[in-house]
Design a binder for this molecule. Structure first.
Ligand code: GLN
Length: 484
């Protein structure tokens, strides 16, 4: 049983399909991993809740397999970020303001996976409302990096990355508005994938920055990601920004022939400002690409210098509008200590939101307010348009854009929490993909001299998920052969 916990979703599927293991054994094994970690002096705190009925559901899945009524994911576990709705389960977005809220319906992505028999086993920790880069801004306390518990997991999907990297789940759903799947995947040493905007429905993903929000997948094996996307993707009438893509044949992934493929490395994300040890891993990754026959080239993309400024205008602007709905009337927390309706709003929001969320609401309202709208929001949207154009032009000539996932390796818990600007700068390599709606994958590419994980990121063309995941799989297979 001990061996189950380290296995990927696709390996477990193979074992289940062959009848070599039961769903109950699988779920019990992951639960035991979680329970034993909880007893440690510093638990990872990846799960906010491990569902108490997960084993019961596994028994049902085993029965369905026996009676031949099973789906293709029957009995397989997945962990789900706390901002992705699962019908009749709690969902709190790591926030006090949603305490007591139970989801009345499932997100489309979860529903499609559950229709094929997957078992969501628990809710994972996150920065409040997905605003953060470390998973420290959670009302449940920070998650810890499984490689070294004094370090951050990255965020905001830190719980999802921690449970996957520590063998408490084979695979997890996270969400991205600006790198929140790729960054923690990179810090915890797993694969993290953000699909093209529109590939996966956003229905049932609690809104943060709607023009960028996407559900993403974290796993130790790109094939798991392909499997999940193949089942969950495609048009959904509940989300008219979703696209009619057909990724049903994404899984299983084949190796990618990288020979002759041109890969652009932005000068702006590979020189100054990039940590030396991260730079070394980038160089090694380039050597591997060359050994596969690919042609990495440095290319200047000046607009990449503006993405942090752009993102931290657009995302808070959208958030300030999306978070207006938490008024103490409709969801979760309600403070009735005041005298009137205005008091109800003010007291609930003052008590319910943490400092970072309040900072974003202030920022968002400011950049949208009369007199500042043109100078900030409108300008940011104009530059966003230019960025999309520039990146799409580059991606006509080059197959992928390669950069580190983060400019720095994982850092110690608490070291950036009082300095929002330095926290925001952690996102410099990831957010261009969100602004330009492009798919991107973080690949565990090496470690620092202290053994901390360092991720490399490939960004591809709109709806180019197949090529990206195949490239990631090619790297994965090289690791399997022990060549790293
Ligand atoms: N770190 C970014 C932020 O705080 C990313 C968040 C996200 O992708 N959800 O906004």
């Amino acid at each position: 049983m001990g061996q189950i916990a380290g296995k990927s979703l696709t390996e477990l599927k193979r074992l289940l399909d062959r009848g070599e293991v039961s769903a109950l054994e699988i779920i019990t094994s992951f639960k035991e991993q979680y329970e034993s970690d909880r007893k440690k002096p510093v638990p990872l705190n990846g799960y906010i809740e491990f569902f108490s009925d997960a084993e019961e559901l596994a028994v049902k899945a085993d029965e369905a397999r026996k009676t031949g009524t099973s789906g293709i994911l029957e009995g397989l576990p997945i962990a789900v970020k706390d901002n992705i709705l699962i019908s009749s389960r709690k969902a709190t977005c790591g926030s006090a303001i949603l305490q007591g809220f139970t989801a009345p319906y499932s997100s489309t992505v979860v529903e499609r996976l559950m229709n094929e028999g997957i078992i969501p086993v628990g809710r994972t920790n996150m920065d409040e409302f997905a605003m953060g880069s470390t998973c420290e801004y959670s009302v449940y306390g920070s998650s810890k990096n499984p490689v070294n518990r004094e370090y951050v997991t990255g965020g905001s999907s830190g719980g999802s990355a921690a449970v996957v990297a520590s063998g408490q789940a084979p695979c997890a759903l996270g969400s991205e508005t600006g790198g929140s799947v790729r960054l923690p995947a990179s810090f915890c040493g797993t694969y993290g994938f953000k699909p093209t905007y529109g590939s996966l429905s956003r229905y049932g993903l609690v809104a943060f920055g709607s023009s960028m929000d996407q559900i993403g997948v974290i796993s130790g094996d790109p094939d798991d990601i392909a499997l999940v996307i193949s089942v969950a993707s495609g048009f959904d009438s509940n989300d008219f920004t979703s696209e009619d893509v057909d990724f049903s044949a994404l899984f299983p992934l084949k190796r990618m022939r990288l020979k002759g493929k041109k890969i652009a490395i932005p000068e702006e994300l590979s020189g100054e400002g990039i940590d030396k040890e991260v730079g070394i891993v980038l160089e090694r990754f380039c050597s591997w690409l060359r050994s596969e026959g690919a042609v990495p080239e440095r290319v200047s993309m000046p607009l990449l210098k503006t993405t942090v400024a752009m993102y931290y205008i657009i995302a808070p602007a959208e958030a300030s509008s999306n978070l207006a709905r938490y008024d103490g009337v409709r969801y979760g927390l309600r403070d009735i200590t005041g005298n009137n309706l205005e008091d109800l709003y003010v007291n609930t929001r003052t008590k319910g939101f943490g400092d970072e969320v309040k900072r974003r609401i202030f920022l968002g309202n400011y950049v949208l307010s009369a007199g500042y709208y043109d100078a900030y929001y409108k300008k940011a949207m104009q530059v966003r348009y230019l960025l999309k154009k520039e990146l799409n032009r580059i991606l006509e000539e080059y197959e992928y854009i390669l950069s580190p996932t983060s400019p720095v390796p994982p850092f110690k818990l608490g070291s950036k929490i009082d300095n929002p600007l330095s926290m925001y700068l952690t996102d410099i390599c990831t957010i261009f993909a969100n602004l330009a709606l492009l798919p991107a994958v973080s690949i565990p590419a090496g470690t620092t001299s202290d053994g901390l994980p360092v991720g490399m990121q490939l960004t591809g063309r709109m709806f180019g998920e197949k090529g990206l995941l195949r490239a990631a799989k090619t790297w994965f297979l090289k690791g399997r052969r022990g060549e790293i």
